[in-house]
Ligand binder design. Structure first.
Ligand SMILES: Cc1cc2nc3c(=O)[nH]c(=O)nc-3n(C[C@H](O)[C@H](O)[C@H](O)COP(=O)(O)OP(=O)(O)OC[C@H]3O[C@@H](n4cnc5c(N)ncnc54)[C@H](O)[C@@H]3O)c2cc1C
Length: 334
């Protein structure tokens, strides 16, 4: 079991900045995110978009902000569990909490902070018969660990950035990569599309355009992907893995079952310290709601600072917290 002071659900910008504010007060953090990378909406939805309303930065690209936040929190040595969804939280007799994930990771903490944004990003699933039967048995909606696909026959479907980027990446890892797309042009970045066309020209991948996956075959584990072309002719591709990459849509998911007061898919909080109705559980960033709430990164940063001042009492019940500027105490690493 992982032991920490604060368990943060969600490694978006607000979850990440919380590590800094907690670190200043000598509280350690463990972050859990259902996505395989940190950064929340910024890394998943708009990594290259410029942001203009981060104080001190006239403009900064979303991924650059995430990278800077990671550098800013590095002295406080946060630990991460990525690619796992937080499913449950259980109260211990002493009031502390145990947080459990979809992959049975357990985190014991004094305080849980939900910085879950719009909720968990869940894969958009194409309508293919038997798709769910092969989930975890050849069908994967995310590439958590590319090594899983080494020397395997992999079929990817989709036309956006994820489909293009993973096709290019796995071309060097897998035995065989086929990319299937229903159109003959791609929605993803032109540079990435160009790279995929180049790989196809050099025979490094198979590219099937104007085609759709219409069926899956296998006995226990996936063995074949059936592809239909525009003229309705079908091809059977021998495949160990099928990765449909049709984007992710956010859902509140298990957070809705933790006894928290929820209003319109957001968690109600007390604006004094962003605590929820459940003791030792706070909610900050896009996931919370209160009169006048603005879903902005800077709002979440403020909430993170206020939350940490309040959470201190659970981590250090016998100490009095007196407020000091970082220039007085410095940023003292763990
Ligand atoms: C296109 C676009 C442009 C934007 N532009 C701006 C802008 O210019 N300026 C600005 O201030 N804001 C902007 N925003 C809003 C900004 O992105 C959000 O306010 C910000 O991402 C909120 O951060 P967060 O950390 O609260 O949540 P998120 O960034 O949503 O991160 C939450 C994380 O929690 C994870 N999670 C949720 N539930 C669970 C669970 N049960 N288990 C594990 N993990 C979980 C999710 O996977 C996600 O990674 C924009 C948003 C969009 C979509």
């Amino acid at each position: 079991m992982i032991t920490t002071d604060i368990c943060i659900v969600g490694a978006g910008p607000v979850g990440l900045f919380s590590v800094f504010e907690a670190g200043l007060l000598k509280m350690r953090c463990h972050l859990i995110d259902a996505l395989p990378q940190v950064g929340g909406q910024l890394s998943e939805i708009y990594p290259q978009k410029p942001i203009y309303d981060i104080p001190g930065y006239p403009t900064i690209k979303a991924q650059e902000l995430v990278d800077n936040l990671m550098a800013q929190i590095a002295p406080f040595k946060p630990t991460f569990t990525l690619g796992e969804r937080v499913e449950k939280v259980e109260r211990q007799p002493d009031g502390s909490l145990v947080v459990r994930t979809s992959d049975e990771t357990e985190v014991h903490c004094q305080v849980m902070v939900i910085a879950g944004g719009l909720g968990c990003f869940e894969p958009r699933k194409p309508e293919i018969p038997d798709l769910e039967r092969f989930e975890g048995k050849g069908v994967a909606y995310m590439v958590k660990n590319p090594e899983k696909f080494r020397d395997k026959n992999v079929v990817i479907a989709g036309g956006g950035d994820s489909a293009l980027d993973w096709t290019a990446y796995l071309a060097d890892v897998a035995k065989n990569v086929t990319l299937i797309h229903r159109s003959d042009s791609f929605r993803g970045a032109p540079d990435s599309a160009e790279k995929v066309f180049e790989l196809a020209q050099h025979g490094r991948i198979n590219l099937l355009l104007q085609s759709n996956v219409v069926g899956l075959n296998g006995n226990g584990h996936l063995k074949e992907v059936i592809v239909a072309a525009k003229d309705k002719s079908t091809t059977q591709l021998s495949s160990d893995f099928f990765i449909p990459l049709f984007g992710l849509s956010p859902k509140l998911g298990p957070i809705a079952d933790w006894g928290l007061n929820i209003s319109k898919s957001a968690i109600e909080v007390n604006t004094l310290d962003y605590s929820t109705n459940v003791e030792r559980i706070y909610a900050i960033g896009d996931i919370n709601t209160y009169p006048g709430k603005l879903k902005l990164i800077l709002t979440g940063f403020h909430e993170a600072a206020m939350m940490c001042q309040s959470a201190f009492k659970y981590v250090y019940p016998n100490q009095h917290l007196s407020f000091k500027y970082t220039t007085v105490n410095g940023v003292n690493a763990f």
